[in-house]
Design a protein. Structure first.
Length: 377
């Protein structure tokens, strides 16, 4: 009888995991992937949507294009998870498995920050589209980019938004009439890489972008247009680009899987406290940042484990904790940072690559290779 593997979520982690399993085992297994959406979007695409470089329709990759031997992808809404029984209930029925992999990503907790539900944000496609409509009408004043708490997806993204905002306002000839302030709940823009952080801080200074470190948004008053941060200071704004607080989906909390908002997983094996249940990506506390490339690395590790187990081979502890982030520095230049979280017991190590126009081709290849691998596009 074929072993059944149930994958919850079709983001970076779920897509890479199911693709790797299919490549290795094909029709010898039954892999079921469940996601409530009918499409996938690269997170970095939202900045391009917001600044008018592309459209929301263009960045949606339809799941109907995802076709792999031994894998079926179902568009269903998950309503309950029983990790002990490896049983999942959806709006269409019940699914049971021999192995369960939770890759549901992180949800945005708008209610965690008073006023955030009514505020403008750029971390959802709808939010990016909305700001894309607002930006052409903005002619002068204070731009405030601020994060409501850590951890959050793609830690460099707010810094990218600030630098891209500078370019956008400059192209329109209104930069001198505007102020840009960036508030992060981190001591530096990219804590694992002092060199990358130093480069970003220099870019902020060169462009007269105010950086407020190690602070998070406590409330947003959209009527008065004031953001209050955790030390009580108030920041007036004319244009707000918010990043809402994050948390694992509530149904995982209801299932008893979460601790302090996320699913704890063994950083090396991605195992949870439930036998044959793994957690990867943004919903998990897996020892790496919440970013797509790190979710992919975790997915490949779990795939290697499952393949070995199904072949009755020795199971490797394969999660390397490595990943790459591309960073928009403005003026068409892209920087890159490669981070290794596990090799050095003293802490993360990172290699920084100076921003260049040439690295844009690397970033584009990152996206196109995954479009081809997962969707055949």
């Amino acid at each position: 009888m074929k072993k059944r593997i149930l994958v919850l979520g079709a983001g970076f982690g779920g897509l890479e995991l199911s693709t790797t399993l299919s490549e290795a085992l094909g029709d010898d297994i039954e892999v079921t992937v469940i996601d409530k959406s009918d499409h996938f979007v690269f997170g970095f695409s939202k900045l391009d949507v917001m600044f008018g470089h592309t459209t929301s329709d263009a960045v949606r990759l339809p799941y109907k294009k995802f076709a792999k031997p031994g894998v079926r992808l179902l568009q269903e809404r998950i309503t309950a998870v029983d990790p002990g029984a490896k049983r999942v209930t959806t709006d269409r029925g019940t699914h049971e498995a021999d192995f369960l992999v939770v890759a549901l990503g992180a949800d945005y907790d708008f209610d965690a920050t008073p006023g955030m539900a009514e505020a403008t944000e750029f971390y959802t496609v709808a939010g990016a589209v909305n700001l894309g409509r607002i930006l052409p009408t903005f002619t002068r004043g204070r731009v405030l980019i601020a994060v409501c708490g850590a951890p959050y997806k793609c830690p460099p993204a707010p810094s990218e938004a600030a630098l891209m905002m500078h370019d956008y306002l400059t192209r329109r000839g209104i930069r001198d009439a505007c102020e840009i302030t960036l508030i992060l709940p981190l001591e530096t823009p990219v804590p694992p890489s002092p060199e990358t952080s130093k480069a970003l801080l220099a870019a902020f200074a060169e462009r007269n972008i105010t950086f407020v470190a190690d602070k998070e948004v406590r409330s947003v008053d959209t009527r008065r247009r004031i953001v209050t941060i955790d030390d009580g200071r108030e920041f007036p704004y004319d244009l707000f680009l918010g990043v809402p607080a994050h948390r694992a989906p509530k149904l995982l909390e209801e299932s008893g899987m979460t601790v302090d908002g996320y699913v704890p997983a063994n950083p090396r094996t991605l195992e949870t406290r439930f036998p044959d249940v793994y957690a990867i990506g943004d919903c998990a506390r897996q020892g790496t940042p919440k970013a797509g490339n790190f979710a992919e690395g975790a997915a490949r590790a779990v795939a290697a484990t499952l393949i070995a187990r199904l072949r009755n081979q020795e199971v490797p502890a394969t999660h390397k904790g490595t990943g790459t982030c591309y960073i928009e520095f403005g003026a068409g230049r892209i920087g890159r940072v490669d981070v290794d979280f596990f090799s050095d017991p003293e802490g993360p190590t990172a290699t920084y690559h100076e921003p260049s126009v040439a690295l844009r081709a690397d970033k584009e290849l990152f996206g196109s290779s995954r479009r081809a691998r997962w969707f055949g596009l």
